[in-house]
Design a binder for this molecule. Structure first.
Ligand code: ZN
Length: 244
């Protein structure tokens, strides 16, 4: 793997993270997001489903699960400095990159007007099956389509213009694990404890929190090694995709 470069956040004021399920953003990005909010960047979350098909071993009813997971995601967001959390309410396990989802994501992009959008990979990675959940692939694809061309094209989803939402161009995207080549990293050493705390907010999904914490710290340490950081440091990695 070519060595990873540090992500340059100069001039970035607003970032939107689009994820399929509550907890995806915390597994993948909570350290980077804490680092961004520490730097004064406004970060918004858009979560496509309520994760109501998750945590099947807990005995929590499906009716209860969605609201509970929204609450868990809001709590996790607060730990890393995020207060603006949108939920689109699509059914968990049935996400497809439809025109309706592209429109709904374009609406959020035009409302938030982010300089960067973070999302999941639309490419299936046969080495990382959990990263390649079908909802993640569909969310990644729909988000790419919303960034280019939908959100920037006045004539795409004309109902958005009728709502008074002006076109918006997102200059770069950060795509998560599963992508064919990671290019950049964020040193999250100062934020790794908050990443773990955010992740552990998803209590309905974590039958063994200690094992989850160890797994996530190991991932972050491996990313730091890939980024050629000194021992004892932690990182998150992503692919930077120019979109302007
Ligand atoms: Zn997920």
């Amino acid at each position: 793997m070519a060595s990873l470069e540090p992500l340059d956040l100069t001039g970035v004021e607003r970032v939107l993270a689009v994820m399929a399920h509550p907890d995806d953003v915390d597994f993948g990005w909570a350290g980077s997001i804490a680092t961004m909010t520490d730097a004064g960047i406004d970060v918004t979350y858009c979560i496509v489903t309520d994760g109501d098909a998750g945590g099947s071993e807990t005995g929590i009813s499906r009716v209860e699960m969605g609201p509970r997971r929204r609450d868990e995601q809001r709590a996790a967001a607060g730990i890393v400095g995020v207060t603006d959390v949108h939920f689109l309410g699509y059914p968990d396990g049935r996400v497809e990159p439809t025109l309706a989802l592209r429109r709904d994501l374009s609406r959020v992009i035009r409302q938030v007007r982010p300089h960067r959008v973070m999302t999941q990979s639309s490419e299936r990675n046969l080495d990382r099956m959990y990263a390649s959940h079908p909802d993640h692939l569909a969310t990644g694809e729909a988000t790419l389509c919303a960034v280019y061309p939908d959100a920037r094209n006045r004539w795409a989803h004309p109902e958005l213009a009728d709502e008074g939402l002006e076109p918006w161009i997102v200059a770069e995207m950060y795509v998560g694990v599963g992508t064919s080549s990671l290019t950049h990293f964020v040193d999250i050493t100062a934020a790794v404890d908050r990443k773990v705390a955010a992740l552990l907010s998803h209590k309905s999904q974590l039958p063994d929190p200690k094992a989850t914490e160890k797994m996530v710290r190991d991932w972050a340490a491996a990313n730091a090694t890939a980024a050629e950081l000194p021992a004892g440091r932690y990182a998150e990695a992503m692919r930077l995709v120019p979109t302007a």
